[in-house]
Design a protein around this ligand. Sequence first.
Ligand code: PRX
Length: 580
Amino acid sequence: MSNIGSYEKRKENFSWDIAKQVLGWKQGEVLNIGAMCSDRICAQGKGDKKALIWQGFGGKQKTYTFNDLRVLSSGYAKFLQDLGVKPGEKVCLFMDKIPELYISFLGVLKMGAVAQPLFSAFGDESLEVRLFSADTKVILTTRKHVKKVRKIQDRLPALEKIVVVEGNPNKLRDEEIFFNVEDAPVEDFEVYKSETETPSVLHYTSGTTGQPKGAQHVHGSVWGQALTTSWVLDLKDDDIYWCTADPGWVTGTSYGIIGPWSLGVTQCVLDSGFTSAAWYQFIQDNKVTVWYSAPTAIRSLMRDGEELVKKYDLSSLRHLASVGEPLNSEAVIWSEKVYGLPFLDTFWQTETGAMMITNFPGMKIKPGSMGKPFPGIEAGILDLKTNEPVTEPGTVGLIAFRPGWPSMFREYVKKPDIYRSKFVGASENAMPPELRTDKSLWYVSGDRASFDKDGYYWFVGRDDDVINTGGHLVGPFEIESALVEHEAIAEAAAIGKPDAVNMEVVKVFVTLNPGYEPSDDLELNIMNFIRKRLSPLAMPQEIEYTEKLPKTRSGKILRRYLKALEWGEEVGDLSTLEDD
Ligand code: PRX
């Protein structure tokens, strides 16, 4: 059903119900993502088809069929049910990209609970903030990562069970449960009868102010994820697909689990550190056909050059796509030259749940542009001052979308006011159900762009202070809050600094407490402090010591001023910088 015609034709005849045709969905079937990615594929006669080809460190390999996914995910579902987990409760998945992560994700959904995947490189503070905010009931983790949970469990009143699903079961604490799903597959599990609006996946995302916000998704998101997977990633039954993202982030769930598996497509996962050679070897060994990655990875591959590419047989590749950061035109042109295929850019967010602005096969590609709004998505650029949609091509404003697409987030957990503030035109008391359906509103993304005369969107930059490092968003507030917990630091400001590969890396400005002097040791100590508490992504690559930080009249640190200096941009009239 993919490739049904040109962009215009698809737009003209568009309805989200086309997703149901693509999936062969019949009225009355249970709308449960966990079952749609496993039981339903088996019911279509594809039980013996490979679902997951996994490779870990040292070349260790494992393969799972859709039938394996079915019985093992049901194993997790039953185990959680027996543990007393109720539908709607949050179950955190805190593991590396191991098979247990992908399979337990389906299991959690099958029994009606909410899957909360968290990036396994998060330190204890990043973990605590997100588990506390979500009132997470159970955490599934591994022997390797359980230590971080131990550090914070006393501060998490809602956390009832810590389950270790992989690694050596010895030396666990009494209250920790070891569960090996391979010993407990379940043939017949009664899947929870979720519906369109039943909560499914919870992802945390960072903003400029305050701690990260939990963007809640629902089972009905699958229509958006499946259709974009079919049209934009162009996945077909015989593809071998590789999404390089970690399911701790939204790309790794929407397109690293839900999209491909709901369509019954085989996918590969590589759970080992990045090297260009290892990635090419992986593509060659597994005959990957469709590859979804990110600009930072592409720039790293570019840095390692064309000669390396020639050492591998990458002829299986037929379609490449990218997300997460601006995909510069050089990268598109380079990939076309060396792989014979351009990377096609896609733009979307944790909140949107699925791709919003896309390039897909059959469309004319303009290197450097994010493409056009996916059919069914009404996008606009809002004037920076008036919030009215602009009509003149080339005008820079805020990227916005009319609400109502299936995979749109339904709330920020416990933050209704912030949720409401994302919708231009919403009345003071508007509630999530109407915010989600009222077509007179605009959901604003927090990014700036313009469109050209052909309707192609061109990314300009973020409209806030969030740092995008290697396609991962890091909130400056989180870094600053952690920094001031360091004994030497009095005040701190965090900004993104330009970086050739990662687009941005974290730079911090600090003032020191009396009795502390800048030194190499202190610098290393501060860097490690942040890496351990937050994550390697949040670790500052540069620390600048200063006597004083620039502030607004009300005492807020002027990050934008520091950023303008760093990026060599116009600082502007400081009196015009608002207190946000
Ligand atoms: O700033 C935009 C950038 O990543 C943000 C969303 O990040 P997150 O919620 O973590 O989701 C990432 C993966 C979907 C956006 O607000 N971004 C995403 N895609 C692009 C992009 N910036 C430029 N071009 C893109 N294609």
